[in-house]
Structure formats: structure tokens, C-alpha cells
Design a protein around this ligand. Structure first.
Ligand code: 2HA
Ligand code: ZN
Length: 270
């Protein structure tokens, strides 16, 4: 067997958690990531027949039976992933209608997957149906997006339009816009179900007064998605209290749609 710490998916996960910490998006134990893995991707690194222990998930998701995920651990700090990946990360395979997870590697201090596992797994189910290439669900607490939920209406169309207006490329990077949940208790199946419902129509879901969820085909793309929305929110927070003299118009956004062959969410542009 090859050393699992050299596996491309592991290297990328360690780089991503470190980078997210360095961006200030994941203070203390804030944030969590789940990455869907193919069996061939891991088989050279891990005996998939060897189960270390089985962890109940507390929800049902039959679509995920037999699927492997690399997931950040509950209570663990992104800051520390690079120094002790096997303590802070784990690889699980779901079974029994998604109600149980076999631990194949990691959580070596007796830990388990993130408290937001329901939101992650239910979001994977939702996104896979929209795009079978989806492999990543990422949650974090970027300061400007969070700040924006204190001072901006939470209406999804308005919230999305404001972000699109803050950088020319926003509408190109997230043409589906941003869906928004009101404050809800985190770590529950309820917020998991609500997040997954919102994931049916957009790859970004804001958790008001808490943070954001992003989904995508790989870690880099999902990071970039959140990075772009956070940059837009940063500009909003710099200018919201100042008189607005210029803006990106809907007409200009229609030009971007044509130039980049994208379609802004139906009804979001005039
Ligand atoms: O503690 O970010 O939402 C990790 C979280 C919970
Ligand atoms: Zn959080």
C-alpha cells in the first residue's frame, strides 16, 4: 500500500483546510469539508475491507450507501489538519440507508465526522442529482458574508443581485446566485434538510448570522466559489454606508451572459 498522506485527494484536502484557515474563514473548530472519493482513488492507499469502527449518522440517505467520503472531524481545528491529518480527518463509507458510517481511516483519537455531517451528506444527495460531477461540500465562516447577513435583506434575489453588482465576474462564477437560510440551529437534521433543499437551485447557501455552504466538483473550484462570493461581500461592506454613484447594470450583466455563455438565474435580472 502507498502512504495515504501522499494521495492527491489527501494533499489537496490538507492544502485546502490550511488555506481556508489562513483566509480567516475557519476560526477555532469553525467550518467543515466533505469530499466524495471513488473507490479506485483510494484502493491503492487503503484496504477498504478493513473497518476500524462503525459510527451511527442519525439520518437516512439511501442514495449514499457504498459511497466513500473524506471528512473533517467534529471539534477539530482547520489550523491543525496539516500537522495531524489522521486525527483531524477521517475516511468513511456509508451503509444501511446512510444510517451508519464505517470508519476506514482517521479520527485516530476516537473522534468522528463533523457535527454538520447531516447538512453535508444531504447536500451531496441534492447536488449529485443536479450535477453528477459534484464531489465537494464546504462550510466556513467568512467574515464579510456573515457581516452582510446583519445589514442586508435576506431576500435571495436581492442578496444575489447585490453580490453580482460587487464584482464583474460574480454573475459568471455563480449564475445560479446565492440561496439564503434564516438563522437555524446548526448541527441538526433540520438545518441539513433545509440546506439540501436550497442546494437544489444554487451551489451557494448562506446560513444567516453563521456562515456559508458551497458545493462543487473539486476542492479548488468550491474554494474559488466561496472566495468570489466573499470578495463581493467584502466590497459591499466597504461601500454599503457610502453614496453609490456607479453600479454594474442589468444590461451589462446580460452582456456578460452572452460573452461567457452563462444564464443568470431566471427572473433575477431585469
Ligand atoms: O463547528 O462550523 O457549523 C463547526 C461549524 C458548525
Ligand atoms: Zn459553522
Amino acid at each position: 500500500m502507498k502512504d495515504i498522506l501522499t494521495a492527491p485527494f489527501m494533499v489537496e484536502m490538507i492544502r485546502t483546510t490550511t488555506n481556508m484557515y489562513d483566509h480567516g474563514w475557519d476560526e477555532r473548530n469553525g467550518g467543515n469539508i466533505s469530499l466524495l472519493l471513488d473507490e479506485d482513488e483510494i484502493s491503492g492507499y487503503l484496504d477498504t475491507g478493513k473497518v476500524l469502527r462503525t459510527i451511527p449518522t442519525g439520518f437516512t440517505a439511501p442514495e449514499l450507501d457504498g459511497k466513500f467520503f473524506l471528512v473533517t472531524g467534529t471539534g477539530k481545528y482547520f489550523k491543525n489538519v496539516q500537522y495531524a491529518p489522521d486525527v483531524n480527518l477521517g475516511i468513511v463509507r456509508l451503509k444501511d440507508q446512510g444510517q451508519q458510517a464505517d470508519l476506514l481511516w482517521g479520527y485516530s483519537d476516537g473522534g468522528q465526522f463533523t457535527s454538520e455531517f447531516p447538512a453535508h451528506m444531504m447536500s451531496h444527495v441534492a447536488r449529485m442529482k443536479v450535477n453528477p460531477e459534484n464531489r465537494v461540500v464546504m462550510h466556513c465562516h467568512p467574515a464579510n458574508l456573515l457581516a452582510m447577513t446583519y445589514v442586508h435583506t435576506l431576500d435571495e434575489r436581492e442578496f444575489t443581485r447585490t453580490l453580482w453588482q460587487m464584482c464583474t465576474e460574480c454573475v459568471v462564477v455563480f449564475p445560479d446566485g446565492v440561496n439564503v437560510l434564516p438563522w437555524m440551529l446548526c448541527g441538526t437534521n433540520e438545518i441539513g434538510e433545509a440546506t439540501a433543499e436550497k442546494m437544489k437551485t444554487a451551489r451557494l447557501v448562506v446560513w444567516s448570522l453563521h456562515g456559508i455552504y458551497g458545493a462543487g466538483k473539486d476542492l479548488d473550484e468550491t474554494f474559488g466559489l466561496i472566495e468570489t462570493a466573499e470578495k463581493a461581500a467584502e466590497i459591499y461592506m466597504k461601500i454599503a454606508h457610502l453614496p453609490r454613484i456607479n453600479t454594474i447594470t442589468d444590461e451589462q450583466m446580460h452582456l456578460l451572459e452572452k460573452r461567457f455563455s452563462i444564464q443568470a438565474r431566471e427572473g433575477y435580472l431585469d
